[in-house]
Design a protein around this ligand. Structure first.
Ligand SMILES: Cc1cc2nc3c(=O)[nH]c(=O)nc-3n(C[C@H](O)[C@H](O)[C@H](O)COP(=O)(O)O)c2cc1C
Length: 211
């Protein structure tokens, strides 16, 4: 099996078998794929919370418009992004990079000054539009990694972000929720979507090759 076959296999699972749990090693690989995502200016503006606690998952059902998949899944991944850019956040990440690469102190000063000139004059809302985009890249890679492991998943935007932020106390960490990704194993007998054809734009309509 290769990536393309596995992407054809996966679908936005609508019904999970709540008796089946994803092994910790596979959860870790899915999270690792998200961690390895490229991000704008390498700032790694998002984090992932991995929820397996049954009571907490149950509390998220009403926040997710009653979508039972957030409780029936094995693990619920919450992608959360920086609520805004700050001078400290930009400096911190470049300090880590400078240290880890053994570069001279101040190596990135010109670059971080340019980043600050762009982002610190924007509103927090404008900043969050940008940081949230980075979480989507992580989500895509996590979905692909799950498919490679034959773990089902469901990308989800359909939830009340503010209510989830409050429940998980994300504001205290300077984070706001962006996306949910339940992972687990399909309940094939009860999932209306499992046997439906995957529908995508025809290749000829999707890609334009300019030579
Ligand atoms: C960003 C995003 C948000 C989505 N939100 C939801 C959601 O809240 N609930 C849901 O059941 N499916 C959700 N989906 C699943 C899509 O409907 C699904 O991916 C799309 O119809 C393509 O089908 P497939 O993933 O089965 O190939 C979402 C997908 C994406 C990428």
């Amino acid at each position: 099996m290769n990536l393309i076959d596995n992407l054809k296999w996966r679908y936005a699972t609508k019904k999970y078998d709540n008796t089946k749990k994803v092994a910790a090693a596979d959860v870790a690989k899915i999270v690792e794929a998200a961690r390895l995502a490229p991000t704008s200016s390498g700032m790694q503006q998002f984090r992932v919370l991995v929820i397996s606690n049954p009571e907490l998952k149950e509390k998220i059902v009403p926040i997710a418009s009653g979508q039972q998949i957030v409780a029936d899944c094995s693990h619920l991944l919450v992608f959360a992004a920086w609520d805004k850019y700050t001078e400290e956040r930009i400096d911190n990440i470049y300090q880590v990079t400078t240290t880890e690469r053994g570069l001279k102190e101040g190596h990135f000063n010109d670059y971080t000054n340019r980043l600050k000139a762009v982002y610190l004059q924007q509103t927090a809302e404008e900043n969050f539009v940008h940081t949230a985009k980075q979480a989507y890249i992580g989500l895509g890679l996590a979905i692909a990694a799950a498919a490679e492991l034959k773990v089902d998943s469901t990308p989800m935007e359909g939830f009340n972000n503010a209510a989830l932020d409050e429940l998980l106390e994300l504001g205290e960490q300077g984070l706001k929720s962006v996306l949910l990704l339940p992972i687990g194993y399909r309940d094939a007998e009860n999932d209306w979507l499992v046997n439906m054809k995957k529908v995508r734009n025809a290749e000829a309509h999707f890609a334009t090759y300019i030579q």
